[in-house]
Design a protein around this ligand. Sequence first.
Ligand SMILES: Nc1ncnc2c1ncn2[C@@H]1O[C@H](COP(=O)(O)OP(=O)(O)OP(=O)(O)O)[C@@H](O)[C@H]1O
Ligand SMILES: [Mg+2]
Length: 310
Amino acid sequence: MTTDVILRASDVHRSFGGVRAVDVDDFEVERGSIVALIGPNGAGKTTFFNLLTGFERADGGSWHFEGHDLAGKPAYAIARTGMVRTFQSARVFPRLTVTDNVRLGAQRQRGEQLGRSIFPWAWRSQDDELATRALELVEWVGLGAKATDLAGTLSGGQRKLLDLARAVMAAPTLLMLDEPMAGVNPALRQALLDKIGELPGEGITVLFVEHDMDVVSAISDRVVCMAEGTIIASGSPSEVAADPRVVEAYLGGSQGDLRDHERRTPLDVPVGDETADPVAVEPDVTDIEEAMDDATDLPPLRDDEERGSS
Ligand SMILES: Nc1ncnc2c1ncn2[C@@H]1O[C@H](COP(=O)(O)OP(=O)(O)OP(=O)(O)O)[C@@H](O)[C@H]1O
Ligand SMILES: [Mg+2]
């Protein structure tokens, strides 16, 4: 059986002041899969995302996405190939509405290409189309009741949902999510997880960073574990969780390394007592929970002429 590899990276490395933050020999993502990237704090996961997506310069290495040689390419050019990422801390435009924030995720708007003053009718109809699509995605993540609210009023967890909708708005082929569950109330995690699980069915391959092994096991086809910049294990969730090198990396590195963005779940600690964790609890969860009940199915992706081009 041959696998259809959508992203392949070789010998990608980057040092900061003599410390090898990333040193990845081989890394692959299969089309249509959900791959989880795990590893203790400082393992290099975010830096690896930054290198692959052009937000940081690699010292060396090569990586190809759907036939595009991406090494050295700027972030905007990489995003246009269909490889789109979110950030560990969701960034929103606080003075724009939730829907407008999502709308801004759309890439290469036809109106901009043609020149608005020359062909106003072309961009006007596309504007309507994008606005409709943005609203569909706002509803998809369960934020329909907040569609016209300013994004600045959202909680951290709600911003994560907004960020996911905005990234999907870009019509990605590969979506890279850096800790999509971080800061999201435990009550919302399952719903968000379900949303992520729907993406491959819509033609979106998913690569995501996550610490919680329960989350990882629930939706990942494959798990890759990084420690000190290198990949130390790769396989099914159960294989990786049982790998002594992985257990060692977590126990050796994460116990005293709690940072403010996310609680850590070492592999040998059962998940469950999440309500006791003040970091993970947000005050305004009820309305979003209700909204989640109204969350819709992912609307079919539009046949976007920009996808897969060049
Ligand atoms: N811009 C930078 N300058 C200097 N060192 C950096 C920079 N970015 C990352 N590092 C270092 O590179 C290493 C990897 O960091 P990175 O943020 O990629 O880890 P991570 O696996 O995403 O961790 P976390 O789980 O905490 O998000 C760390 O030692 C970090 O301090
Ligand atoms: Mg990180």
